[in-house]
Design a protein around this ligand. Structure first.
Ligand code: GCO
Ligand code: MG
Length: 408
């Protein structure tokens, strides 16, 4: 069996999805997602110029060897652009394998460990009252887990994932007016003084059962993160996400030594080498890589297994930048993983998105039910795809009030 061709498409409804289609000599094709948010053309170019010409003629069933060929063979290993491109290839090869076996992928991993996988939604508000309305709406819709972000009084601009105006619920961050980013101004002191109290009010209002998550989005230093984690302990967060940049994996010790608030990290990681110490030293509770940026199902599954040895559960990234193809890869991993925690999932279910990526994965009452179709269980309509083109966009950058660059 041989790969005979592969095509890359960039575009989608209000998103620049990068979709790979690998075609074989036996009429079976596989789909992959290489969407690297706000840098979408780069994995697409890497696929077109270097990777696809190498794939032609290979046996698509050897997905492990092909992954090793891509990763080791590049000599310059890893990085988000390359790993997103490998991720798309790996997903497509697993899709082909599932179709050949006539089985949904979760069966090839070891079958289902649960019926449905809990997801979390994003509630957001220009201020706390606005956020409370947004949370109430998700509770009403049956969500069991909700991430909460709100504007901070006195902050010079809206901060991460928070709308500028009340009631706009416009939390998403990519601005498609061009590649030059807007600037958010950040003030750690104002955040530290306000946010723990706001989280406590949310817990009081919604009671003990709803899982509350909060994304600090890399804004704190390790000592500040430790103070924050300690202050919010009574709220019993499901998790505190990205409290501090984790490039220095040892920095997480400080937070751990001072608090029992669960920590979720990993959405910007590309490899097991970015998180192995965090996992082995049990410095985190949830691992957040995505099938795309981690380089596909093959390496992500290895990370899930390592995490399982150390009581770390999964909480894969699922921002709207991921297409339904990589989300499907994650639905299958979530159905199988013995150490599943939660899945971030923002309902993309617009008629346009469903028409571009038809599938039978189902979302109900805050749970995802994986499809039983062979492979990934999601298709791609090329005629629909022809309606879309690439639209340059950027998420903001962050500066302190004196102009110093900070972490987005
Ligand atoms: C999340 C993330 C996203 C990122 C975005 C960047 O938890 O979902 O923090 O909102 O900001 O994916 O491209
Ligand atoms: Mg995040």
């Amino acid at each position: 069996m041989k790969i005979t061709d592969a095509k890359v498409f960039v575009g989608g409804p209000k998103k620049n999805y990068v979709t790979l289609k690998i075609i074989t000599d036996q009429g079976v094709y596989g789909l992959g997602d290489a969407t690297l948010n706000n840098r979408e053309t780069l994995p697409a170019k890497y696929l077109q110029d270097f990777l696809i010409p190498n794939l032609i003629g290979m046996d698509p069933r050897n997905s492990e060897d092909i992954w090793q060929f891509l990763y080791r063979g590049a000599y310059f290993r890893g990085g988000p652009i390359a790993m997103a491109a490998y991720g798309a290839i790996d997903m497509a090869l697993w899709d082909i394998k599932g179709k050949l076996a006539n089985m949904p992928l979760y069966q090839l991993f070891g079958g289902k460990s649960r019926d449905g996988a809990m997801v979390y939604a994003h509630a957001t508000g220009a201020d706390l009252e606005d956020l409370m309305d947004s949370i109430a709406q998700y509770v009403e819709e049956g969500y069991k887990a909700i991430r909460v972000q709100c504007g901070i009084p006195g902050m010079p601009t809206a901060s991460y994932a928070v709308p500028e105006k009340k009631g706009s619920a416009q939390n998403y961050i990519t601005d498609y007016t061009g590649i030059r980013p807007k600037v958010e101004i950040w003030d750690t002191d104002k955040y530290m003084r306000y946010m723990p109290g706001a989280l406590a009010e949310i817990r009081d209002r919604f009671g003990p059962d709803v899982h509350i998550l909060h994304d600090v989005h890399h804004r704190l230093l390790p000592r500040e993160a430790a103070e924050f984690a300690k202050a919010v302990e009574p709220v019993r967060l499901f998790w505190m996400e990205d409290p501090t940049p984790a490039e220095n994996q040892d920095a997480l010790r400080l937070i751990r030594q001072h608090s029992t608030t669960p920590i979720a990290i990993g959405e910007v990681f590309n490899s097991i080498w970015d998180c192995n110490k965090l996992i082995e030293n049990e410095l985190i509770d949830f691992i957040r890589l995505a099938a795309t940026y981690a380089g596909g199902i093959t390496p992500l599954k290895r990370i899930v297994d390592l995490a399982g040895l150390h009581n770390v559960r999964t909480g894969f990234h699922g921002a709207p930048s991921h297409s339904p193809i990589s989300m499907a890869a994650q639905h299958h991993l979530n159905a199988w993983a013995p150490n599943f925690g939660v899945q971030e999932y923002l309902v993309l279910g617009t008629p346009e998105c469903d028409a571009l990526f038809p599938s039978e994965h189902r979302m109900e009452n805050g749970m995802v039910y994986v499809s039983d179709a062979p492979g990934l269980g999601v298709d791609f309509d090329e005629a629909e795809a022809a309606r879309y083109t690439y639209a340059p966009g950027s998420h903001p950058v962050v500066r302190l009030e004196d102009g110093t660059m900070w972490n987005y």
